[in-house]
Write a protein of this length. Structure first.
Lengths: 347, 1152
């Protein structure tokens, strides 16, 4: 019997549907950078063989088919608008949206490694370190990095609102487009986010900041009609921030400001005494950060400075988040009330 | 100047970068038709050029219009060197030549290069102004409609079914020309593509001419095939069924047929529904009971005949002149009776010595100067006999002979036709009276070089370019090939006659070629047809032959009174003079007529047939080793093997059928492929339990030497397993026939022999027969004998067919017996596998097992892939096998998975309801929304997106006018809409409802909205029309409102960087996807949204991994149609061609 056994090897094995069949689970495995054999063993662990009463060969063949399809789709995914108008694969619109969305999704761990770094060849070379550190496959790291870079390149020089630009060109969901806007924004200004002291911050935190910065500190924020982009901080605005120095250099002003803040906050925050004692330092920290932002180098250190000069002192005194919020609000409003700043309100 | 062809080149998009320096392309377009070429201007430095050319006008005669493809070449302009070709588009303009098909071709066509594949798209508009001149002697046949579908197209009715049309054209294969040595692969491929396109056009035109001569206006069941004979040339051949079709204007009109149209009456008053068919006067008058009309042609006809004869004589005259082109070939005088034997005799020579499959001596063809060195034919009597239907080796001899002859003389016009064959597989109600059984014939031929002096002369030197003139090459070749096919067809015809049938339905032809050996095969189902549908022919018969005596043609004519659900099962032959021994019982349905115990056919299950339970796919698989040999020795070896292969395939089919507790096979296709060192056979069919046929008996295992107890034990174990399998299968396929008491069916059986004996008696020794007779007493027992290891293997292999996974069904026919409530969710696919056998010491058994595993694995893979569609049925699952190289086996299949509603599946509708009718409104809400416009409805649900809706709606309306002409004008709108859309999508995703399970979709209250927007194929987002494809002739839940013409495309793809393209699988995967894309684009350009009756007729794959090269040829065909959802028939049709003048503004990627 055994001698009769004919060994067979599959030389070629393809399955092509008129409507392209795409298994989301396999897609995710492919995106995560698993090899076909890894993907097969992962799928097997999910009990799929037993569930559908099939064999490993079948699973492998299926996985290979999917991987090929995804590889063929990949170049289209680089330009999602092409995916919509391509003729090679007939994919229902909602599946197209899923493909795009998943392709451009990224890992939190990865984005924290790359956020604020220059999206250059050098960074790409270091991706194996990132991969080793995060446990994300190198292949997946590269895809994510290339996505960042591609989006960056396309919208970098583009006029109009950043989020919408991302959305138009890459057909991403609202949320993901906002995240990409943050990534682009951070990459452009090269904000340092990798320092140890910043490690506790999530991408979500930075994305929130980016959103605020885009909304309030860029040229587009001031005037939508201006033919400039959201990507760069408004130079004029940064220059103007220098004028805030008066708040710490002018002794009168400083005292006046402090008393206004203290009056406003008395009894409203738990850490009033600590605040009162530390006001000068806090104010100096904030203003110094603001005043230095005209230097590119200092812009990069914006977040680290904030943490060192403002957040850490507050933390040391066990401020609550509500206290911080109340303080900053009061701080801003009181400053506006000062003689030298009244014009701000009218503008 | 009978026609003016007008072509406009609008724009291109997604072009490849041809200039590395600038990363751009300077594209221009050459438009060529026949010998005229126009060029557009160069559109510099763009990947999305806007040519907006003038209308290029070609003034051509209609012959050229039919033959020639429009050839569009996109090039990159280069000032200093030769212009680089980017790719080509071939457009078949045939659909524009028929008034009822498309009126304009307009859309984005993929630009195809045989080396690089699809390289961008080009927007082209094509129109034809035809000048009518009907009276001239024509070489063209414009206006004849072609359909791939093997049933009467849905929006037509058959007035007359004229019959068989065939044609073949032969040419030198450019690939094997001397010039191929010096030209690039691209040039060679393009020469081939163009040539085949030309030959297809020519073939279609010639067939069209034949149809016109016969008085028809359409070809249904058109099947065109290529034989790549290598050195000896390229044959393009086609067969089809000529019909006169009438368009059904609308449903209400069809319900009130005009009295003076005989066709309408046929349609409305199906033959089989009336218990008294002879009362039909197919003329304009109302049917009068028991009254017959005789028309002038049958003056001399005496009224002594039985009632059924009146059918023949009553055939009314249609307006058309009945002089068929074929009539001259037939005996046209009272000498008829003497003529027939002479016609028949040659074939009986082949049939001759009966059981041993007489093969004509190898050199029989020697005397003739024909190229065939050897002509071996054998009858497929085994098959016939074993299915209880066959002609048998010595069929028609002895007593039966005379009677057969008598009947032959006097049969209807069908007999007068050269070949009363029909490529149709399903028929208008009442058309098919009896199905006799499968008839098939095979013949092994040696291919030879074309002996063309001109060619030989050129071979030596370089008097070159004459060769490029293909038309000069038709020479003597077609006659040879024609003669081969003629021979086969005659054989088929004689088989049918032996079965008492005057026609063959479900007829098809195929070839398998390996080196210089070619197996020609033909098969069909012998049948008796209702002559009403063949009126022209009938008139011929009676007017021209002046038969003095009207014989009893329908010997079983009375069964016309039997219920329609069983009539076709009744035997067409005379039970007392059966052409072969068979096991007959009274029909379980009507109890009046005799039926065989098993029925094999190549047709689809008639809709009216009563079936118990469900059907299932049954495959028989077989490999046989063969010594490598050359020339005649090889041909002899093959022809010696063939009968045994047929026999074994048949035995397997029979066993598997019994194992499933079924009694009939439909859609039987037996393919035998030849390779260098093996023959591979694959038979596929759909098994069913026909209520009219007796219940199949069990399978009984008999041991040869009942001495050993262990052995006995073994036997009984196997027996038990088999019994278990049978009862499990009965459960699975819901086969629970009403048990009929012995007295009722235990009618006198003329020759109560056992099947098994029949089977064995052909090839095995007599002692076995006696042994098998032991089972004589048991009713219907089917005995399998275990006498050696082989037999054990065979039996075990029966049990290795893996059971279908729950929720899956499969069949290879159009309709799945027992499933009617399809949803509209379909998925068509093509799968190809190539296996390498790595064993030097191949044995038949090992080989068989491998091949069996291969097929089983492929099926398993399909079930797994399509698991998301459960409950579903794989329909039209036909495998094609090939042996491309020594140790390679290639299996390919194109099929469609269709989901059905499980709940309703419980209540099986045994009525004659057409499958689609059974679909409830609920189900119709599925899938379409997902495929066509799933985005739009979601928009409606979210109030915040009002703005988008407003933006979208004008486009929506435009979208309805023409799918491909989406408005680009407001890109911002599009972006915004996408943003909105994506938002919504994201929400959907988050809610986790993206899963395409029908239940979720069904639960959606939006379904109504989906339906509303259906006719806007993804309008706002994409310029790409969704095109559905199916190998079936219908799409569930949708109605075909227009046939736009035939799609028949041939592509070659080649690569010299196989590894870089992902190896053989990557290469072929891309190619098949590209073929789909090109088919869809052509259909969309015709204004259609679906392809039905799609088949991949050829997939020839060759590779040379060492050289990093591969080449593949694919030939596909189908019918382009416009579908509308059944629920909105009254709604706006999908498109009118009115708005097509609109020029597209820009390509896809707006910003980069």
């Amino acid at each position: 019997m055994d001698s009769n056994e004919v060994k067979m090897s599959v030389e070629l094995d393809v399955f092509v549907g008129n409507t392209t069949i795409m298994d989301e689970e396999v897609y995710q495995l492919w995106l995560d950078g698993y090899t076909v054999s890894d993907a097969v063993s992962i799928r097997m662990k999910s009990g799929i063989l037993e569930q559908f009463g099939t064999t490993e060969d079948v699973l492998e063949s299926d996985t290979m088919d999917h991987y090929r399809t995804f590889q063929m789709t990949e170049r289209l995914l680089h330009h999602p608008s092409k995916l919509v108008n391509q003729v090679l694969f007939q994919i229902p619109p909602h599946r197209q949206a899923m493909l795009i969305e998943r392709y451009y999704a990224f890992d939190e761990a990865f984005v924290r490694e790359v956020l604020g770094k220059k999206l250059s060849k050098g960074t790409k070379k270091d991706l194996d370190d990132v991969s080793a550190k995060t446990g994300i496959t190198l292949k997946s790291c590269r895809r994510q990095f290339d996505n960042f870079k591609r989006v960056f390149k396309v919208v970098e020089e583009m006029k109009g609102p950043l989020v919408e630009n991302v959305q138009c060109n890459f057909l991403l969901s609202d949320k993901l487009a906002r995240d990409y806007a943050a990534i682009v924004f951070f990459a452009n200004s090269r904000f340092e986010t990798g320092k140890k002291k910043l490690q506790y911050l999530t991408f979500e935190d930075f994305a929130f900041c980016a959103c605020q910065l885009i909304q309030n500190w860029t040229v587009g924020a001031v005037d939508n009609m201006v033919e400039d982009m959201d990507v760069d901080l408004d130079k004029e605005f940064l220059q103007d921030l220098k004028d805030l120095k008066i708040l710490i250099t002018d002794k009168d002003m400083l005292d006046q400001h402090k008393s206004l803040v203290c009056t406003g906050l008395r009894g409203k925050i738990q850490v009033f005494n600590e605040m009162e004692g530390n006001f000068k330092n806090l104010s100096r920290g904030l203003i110094n950060i603001a005043a230095k932002l005209t230097n590119t180098k200092d812009v990069r250190d914006f977040f680290i400075d904030l943490v060192e000069k403002v957040i850490e002192p507050c933390k040391a005194d066990r401020w609550l988040i509500s206290d911080v919020r109340a303080f900053l609000t009061q701080y801003t409003n009181s400053a506006r009330a000062l003689d030298g700043f009244k014009y701000v309100q009218s503008s | 100047m009978p026609g003016k062809l007008k072509v406009k080149i609008c724009a291109g998009r997604h072009l490849p970068v041809m200039d590395r320096a600038s990363d751009l392309t300077d594209a221009f377009v050459e438009v060529k038709f026949s010998n005229t070429t126009f060029k557009t201007e160069v559109y510099p430095k763009s990947l999305n050029p806007q040519w907006n050319s003038e209308w290029f006008k070609f003034e051509v005669d209609d012959e050229d219009l039919q033959d020639e493809p429009l050839q569009i070449t996109v090039l990159d302009h280069d000032t200093y060197s030769a212009n680089d070709a980017i790719g080509k588009v071939y457009i078949d303009i045939d659909p524009l030549l028929c008034s009822e098909a498309a009126t304009v071709i307009c859309g984005w066509f993929p630009i195809y290069d045989t080396i690089h594949g699809i390289r961008g798209e080009i927007n082209v508009s094509v129109k034809v102004d035809l000048f009518n001149d009907l009276n001239r002697f024509r070489q063209s046949s414009c206006g004849v409609k072609f359909f791939c579908s093997t049933s009467i197209p849905k929006c037509y009715k058959a007035v007359v079914v004229h019959g068989f049309v065939e044609e073949l054209v032969v040419n030198e294969d450019p690939e094997y020309q001397w010039i191929d040595r010096i030209r690039t692969p691209r040039a060679s491929n393009e020469a081939r593509q163009r040539l085949i396109s030309l030959m297809s056009g020519e073939l279609q035109r010639k067939i069209g001419l034949k149809v016109l001569e016969m008085g028809g206006n359409a070809v249904v069941g058109y099947l065109q095939c290529f034989d790549l004979e290598g050195e000896s040339g390229l044959v393009v051949r086609a067969i089809g069924t000529a019909c006169t079709l009438d368009k059904i204007s609308n449903t209400s009109a069809a319900q009130l047929p005009a009295c003076n149209s005989p066709s309408k009456e046929i349609k409305e008053a199906p033959f089989s529904e009336d218990p008294n068919p002879n009362t039909y006067s197919s003329g304009p008058s109302t049917p009068l009971k028991n009254q017959t009309y005789s028309f002038s042609p049958s003056k001399s006809y005496s009224r002594q005949s039985s009632s059924s004869d009146t059918d023949l004589s009553l055939t009314p005259k249609t307006a058309k002149s009945p002089k068929g082109p074929r009539i001259s070939l037939c005996p046209s005088s009272p000498t008829l009776s003497s003529d027939f034997p002479t016609l028949i005799n040659p074939f009986q020579l082949h049939l001759g010595s009966g059981t041993t499959h007489s093969l004509t001596p190898p050199h029989s063809g020697h005397a003739s100067p024909l190229v065939l060195r050897k002509s071996v034919s054998f009858s497929e009597d085994l098959l016939l006999a074993a299915s209880g239907m066959g002609s048998g080796g010595s069929a028609g001899k002895d007593g039966g002979h005379l009677k057969t002859l008598l009947r032959q003389q006097t049969q209807s016009a069908l007999e007068q036709r050269e070949f009363p064959f029909f490529t149709l597989t399903s028929f208008p109600l009442g058309f098919l009276i009896h199905a006799g059984g499968v008839v098939s014939a095979r013949s092994v031929k040696l291919l030879d070089r074309i002996h063309n002096p001109a060619f030989v002369g050129i071979m030596g030197n370089t008097r070159s370019y004459k060769l490029l003139d293909w038309n000069s090459f038709t020479a003597d070749e077609p006659e040879t090939r024609d003669a081969w096919w003629e021979e086969i067809r005659q054989e088929i015809k004689s088989h049918a006659k032996a079965l008492g049938c005057h026609a063959v339905v479900g007829y098809s032809e195929s070839t398998s070629i390996c080196e210089e050996v070619c197996i020609l095969s033909a098969s069909g189902t012998a049948a008796v047809l209702n002559p009403k549908f063949l009126q022209d022919g009938c008139l011929d018969c009676y007017s021209e032959n002046r038969l003095s005596r009207q014989p009893t043609f329908f010997s079983t004519g009375l069964e016309d009174t039997s219920p329609p659900s069983c009539g076709f099962c009744h035997i067409p032959y005379d039970e007392l003079n059966m052409p072969f021994p068979a096991h007959l019982t009274y029909c379980c349905n009507c109890r009046r007529q005799k039926v065989p115990d098993v029925l094999f056919t190549t047709i689809d299950l008639p809709v009216e047939a009563a079936v118990t339970g469900r059907g299932c796919l049954i495959q028989a698989r077989l490999c046989r080793l063969k010594k490598k040999a050359q020339g005649e020795a090889n041909a002899t070896a093959i022809s010696n093997l063939l009968p045994f292969m047929e026999y074994e395939l048949h035995t397997q089919l029979m066993n598997k059928l019994k194992l499933r507790g079924m009694n009939a096979l439909f859609g039987l296709r037996i393919q035998i492929s030849v390779g260098e060192n093996m023959l591979v056979g694959l038979a596929s069919a759909t098994g069913v339990y026909l209520t009219a046929l007796p219940a199949p008996g069990g399978i009984q295992i008999a041991g040869k030497t009942p001495s050993d107890i262990a052995y006995e034990q073994h036997i009984s174990n196997i027996q038990k397993k088999i019994n278990d399998t049978v009862s499990r299968n009965k459960e699975l396929y819901e086969i629970h026939p009403l048990e009929i008491s012995e007295e009722v069916i235990g009618s006198p059986i003329p020759e109560p022999r056992q099947r098994s004996r029949l089977l064995r008696s052909h090839s095995e020794s007599s002692d076995e027969v006696s042994e098998l007779d032991l089972s004589h007493g048991k009713k219907d027992a089917f005995v399998l004998e275990i006498d050696d290891a082989d037999a054990v293997e065979d039996i075990l292999s029966l049990l290795t067919d893996a059971p279908l996974p729950t929720g899956f069904y499969s069949c290879n026919t159009e309709n799945m017996p027992g499933i009617h409530n399809w949803t509209s969710s379909i998925q068509m696919f093509t799968t190809v596998r190539v296996f390498r056998l790595n064993n030097v010491n191949l044995t038949n058994q090992g080989l068989n097992k491998s091949f069996n595993d291969l097929c089983e694995n492929l099926l398993k893979s399909l079930y797994f892939k399509l698991r998301s569609m459960i409950p579903c049925c794989l329909c039209h699952l036909n495998f094609t096998v090939a042996v491309p190289e020594d140790e390679l086996i290639q299996v390919a299949a194109t099929a469609v998975a269709m989901t059905f509603d499980k709940d309703q599946a419980q209540e099986i509708l045994k009525s004659n309801t057409a499958p689609m009718k059974a679909i409830s409104e609920n189900e119709e809400q599925l899938q379409f929304p997902m495929e066509l416009s799933s985005d739009s409805p979601s928009v409606q649900t979210f109030p915040p997106s009002k703005g988008f809706l407003e933006n979208a709606s004008p486009q929506t309306i435009q979208g309805t006018s023409r799918a491909t002409s989406v408005d680009y004008s407001s890109f911002a709108d599009r972006c915004n809409s996408w943003i909105e859309l994506i938002k919504l999508k994201a929400q959907t995703i988050r809610r986790g409802s993206i899963k395409t399970t029908p239940s979720l979709d069904k639960a959606s209250p939006l379904a109504e909205g989906h339906l509303r927007l259906r006719s806007t194929p993804s309008c706002t987002d994409s310029t790409v029309t969704v095109v559905k494809m199916t190998p079936l002739s219908f799409i569930p839940g949708a109605k075909i409102i227009k046939y736009l013409g035939i799609i028949n495309m041939f592509f070659i793809r080649e690569t010299t960087s196989l590894r870089e393209e992902g190896g053989v699988s990557g290469f072929l995967h891309t190619f098949i996807a590209e073929v789909f894309a090109m088919v869809r684009a052509h259909v969309a350009a015709l204004g259609g949204n679906a392809v039905i009756s799609y088949i991949m007729k050829e997939c020839v794959f060759m590779e040379n991994s060492n050289k990093n090269q591969a080449q593949c040829l694919i030939n596909v065909s189908g019918d382009a149609v416009i579908l509308i959802r059944e629920s909105e028939q009254e709604g706006v049709p999908i498109q009118t061609h009115g708005s097509t003048s609109q020029t597209p503004q820009s390509g896809g990627a707006p910003v980069s």
